[in-house]
Design a protein around this ligand. Structure first.
Ligand SMILES: C[S@@+](CC[C@H](N)C(=O)[O-])C[C@H]1O[C@@H](n2cnc3c(N)ncnc32)[C@H](O)[C@@H]1O
Ligand code: SF4
Ligand code: SF4
Length: 247
């Protein structure tokens, strides 16, 4: 079980596959964050990231320090536009960098920021905490070989994310609907995670994007038991059997 907190929906990039630009850009209040951390009864892994760039939160490092003081381990994923100091690399337990390509032109066309800037910030972190860094790429059909070679050179785990077939992500693209192969969701059955949207709304997974469209967990479970897929779960990989991440 881990907890993910969408501390901000603000972003300085416009990745074509991400719904961030259609959302109201706002930061989670300190009070809301503090309340969520205080509801955690025992130390856990806190993933500080949702649809937005976490390092843009003006109190990001205060949030990290506060959660660490309560015994939690902290993970985040960043687009690499901001530099992290040595102390920052020490405070974080896992640091994910999103990098889809090394090609500046392609990255720009996709709405991502400069790969060389991300690599510069990644390598600065690597100097202090090489084992904490992971790479995340979205596969939208680009040549992944140069990225794999870069990951190999530095011995970094590379997680390749399928472009999300889940409908809640698809404000700027569509994918062909896939058949549902099950109505069982491991996130619900194993209580894998708690997700908090920027407004403090709670959800049983991180795939719903819009807090206003989240149904109560019991309602989702009831629907799935009746073999109905509720709208907040449309085309979720849990139900189509298509895994989101691969190496
Ligand atoms: C929503 S971002 C938030 C953190 C940060 N802004 C970043 O880009 O790393 C978290 C991860 O989700 C991925 N992501 C966003 N939209 C996606 C989509 N439609 N399909 C697959 N992955 C996606 C991003 O590439 C990133 O690795
Ligand atoms: S994937 Fe990350 S960097 Fe790209 S637009 Fe979404 S939140 Fe911003
Ligand atoms: S969107 Fe629905 S089916 Fe998918 S992980 Fe979340 S609760 Fe489970």
């Amino acid at each position: 079980m881990f907890t993910q907190i969408e501390i901000t929906t603000a972003c300085n990039a416009k990745c074509f596959y991400c719904p961030s630009d259609t959302m109201k850009h706002t930061h989670m209040s300190w009070g809301c964050f503090e309340k969520i951390v205080q509801t955690e009864k025992s130390p856990t892994m806190l993933l500080l990231q949702g649809t937005g760039e976490p390092l843009l939160h003006p109190f990001f490092w205060e949030m990290v320090a506060y959660a660490k003081s309560k015994g939690h381990r902290i993970s985040t994923i960043t687009n690499g536009t901001m530099a992290l100091s040595e102390i920052h690399s020490v405070l974080l337990d896992h640091i994910g960098f999103s990098l889809d390509t090394l090609d500046e032109v392609l990255a720009k066309r996709s709405g991502r920021t400069s790969p060389s800037q991300t690599i510069k910030h990644l390598l600065a972190c690597y100097k202090h905490a090489p084992k904490k860094i992971k790479l995340y790429a979205v596969n939208y059909g680009q040549d992944l070989a140069p990225l794999k070679a870069f990951a190999n050179e530095y011995n970094l785990p590379l997680f390749i994310q399928r472009i999300q077939p889940k409908k809640s992500y698809q404000t700027h693209y569509t994918t062909e609907p896939l058949p549902y192969v099950t109505h069982q969701c491991s996130y619900l059955e194993n209580k894998k995670m708690r997700y908090y949207f920027v407004d403090g709304t709670k959800a049983p997974c991180c795939f719903m994007i819009d807090s206003t469209k989240v149904l109560h967990t019991k309602v989702i479970q009831h629907n799935l038991a009746q073999k109905n897929v509720p709208s907040c779960c449309t085309q979720c990989g849990e139900l189509t059997g298509v895994k989101r991440l691969y190496m």
